[in-house]
Design a protein around this ligand. Sequence first.
Ligand SMILES: [Zn+2]
Length: 75
Amino acid sequence: MFLIFGIRGKDKIVGSRLGRCEVCGATAAQTLVRRTTKFSLFFVPLFPVRAARHFVICTNCGRSRAAAREELVAA
Ligand SMILES: [Zn+2]
């Protein structure tokens, strides 16, 4: 008998708004992404192994940064 298990991250787009990117300086759509990491057994995600994290991704340059708390409320 053998077990197939692992840890898998999944991204979900929470929202998007127009804003100025801190990396490239352009005004473009900033996408808010929620990333959850779950333990999976036989490719079935079972339970989260860490708290969900939020990122803001710039649609102009594609760089991501951690989202500030006030950005989560606004989304
Ligand atoms: Zn950018």
